[in-house]
Design a protein around this ligand. Structure first.
Ligand SMILES: *Cc1c(COP(=O)(O)O)cnc(C)c1O
Ligand code: SF4
Length: 355
């Protein structure tokens, strides 16, 4: 391969893409090194899928946009309320039988709509021994946890040895715990999914992958062979997608994406309504429009290719499936009109009506 694998400056972008950068974008890019902002980086593979236009659905996912500085009254630093369910500094235990581990604050490339953007801005590295210790103690003390989401950041930015070490510790604390690897790397850095990594995954089964994938153009030839290899190795692969304005907010496009996934043997799992992360309003599809897209999508695809449309209730209410009956009411507030959504326990949570 020519040039760096990870691109984090304009100079290393493909020339046509670099030429498409506006003065405003360039100025904004220059500010990202400070103030805990989400860094800029993209893999050269993912950048190669982008077209040199500000509207391009691949380019918009990774190229910093000055609108990220705009904040709506609903946006929260911790949009999912993860702090309410923190069991240890890196561990979130929100649902009885599964817990989520933030293994690292590093990703191969940064998605501009990332809901964990504030944590990512801290640039925390791979979990250290002293950080893992309370996690293992918690797992030992909570036998109801039978699944651990190995999340981040992107856990596959760590090396095989680090990952094997982590899996070993988790299984020592809780024999047989199901490992759910949450990653975008198969899509943005397919070369990372080596035969050694796949062998490691096999060794640590039961293990499943949930891959973050948003647009049919991301299904490049290199990643098709990666998915085929994972599936051949007996690793179930699920897909989660973020509904993004101007990127994939069309039932036909989503139908194409999920059909292709199903044909490849991947299971569409979740289609997420945008979280209220700061500076992401330009990516959010209004809830009512999202419901209409999903209603249409259901008619276009087989049940086998249909993910669950869901939202993580802002402030820590948990994930709920979204359908027309999820909206329990609406009200006007000083910050604007909002919907009331019913949480898993029947409690009511706000979500903005516009974005
Ligand atoms: C999404 C999530 C899970 C997993 O939920 P599933 O519905 O099983 O996918 C677990 N813990 C946290 C904190 C989550 O955000
Ligand atoms: S891969 Fe996930 S954690 Fe990393 S920037 Fe994208 S959305 Fe955020």
């Amino acid at each position: 391969m020519n040039g760096p694998v990870i691109v984090s400056s304009l100079e290393n972008l493909p020339p046509s893409l670099a030429a498409s950068v506006t003065p405003e974008e360039k100025a904004y890019l220059g500010t990202l090194g400070s103030g805990g902002r989400l860094p800029f980086s993209v893999t050269s593979h993912f950048a190669s899928l982008a077209e040199p236009s500000g509207e391009d659905p691949v380019r918009r996912q990774f190229f910093p946009d000055p609108r990220e500085e705009e904040r709506t009254p609903w946006e929260l630093d911790d949009p999912l309320g993860e702090a309410c369910h923190r069991a240890a500094p890196r561990l979130i235990h929100q649902y009885r039988d599964r817990a989520l581990l933030k293994t690292t604050g590093i990703c191969a490339g940064y998605c501009r709509y990332c809901f964990r953007r504030v944590w990512m801005g801290t640039r925390e590295g791979f979990i250290r021994e002293d950080e893992l210790k309370p996690v293992l103690e918690y797992l030992s003390a909570h036998p109801e946890i039978r699944e651990i989401l190995v999340s981040g950041g992107d856990p596959l930015t760590a090396g095989d040895k680090q990952l094997g070490g982590l899996f070993g510790e988790l299984r020592r604390a809780r024999p047989g715990i199901l490992l759910r690897i949450c990653s975008r790397i198969p899509v943005v850095l397919p070369s990372r999914i080596t035969s050694e990594l796949i062998a490691l995954f096999r060794e640590w089964r039961p293990l499943r992958m949930v891959v973050h994938l948003n647009h049919p153009r991301e299904l490049a030839p290199q990643i098709l062979s990666v998915f085929a290899a994972l599936i051949d190795a007996g690793i179930p692969v699920h897909v989660q997608t973020v509904l993004l304005k101007g990127i994939n907010d069309s039932p036909e496009l989503l139908a194409e994406l999920f059909r292709e996934c199903a044909d490849l043997g991947l299971t569409p799992y979740y289609l997420f309504q945008g979280d209220l992360a700061p500076g992401t309003a330009h990516f959010r599809v209004p809830l009512e429009a999202g419901l209409a897209i999903y209603r249409h999508l259901r008619k276009l695809v087989s049940g086998l290719a249909l993910p669950v449309y869901a939202v993580d209730l802002p402030g820590g209410g948990g994930k709920i499936p979204l359908h027309d009956r999820s909206i329990a009411g609406e009200r006007r507030t000083p910050r604007g009109p909002e919907y009331l959504l019913r949480g898993p326990d029947g409690s009511l949570w706000s979500y903005p009506k516009e974005t």
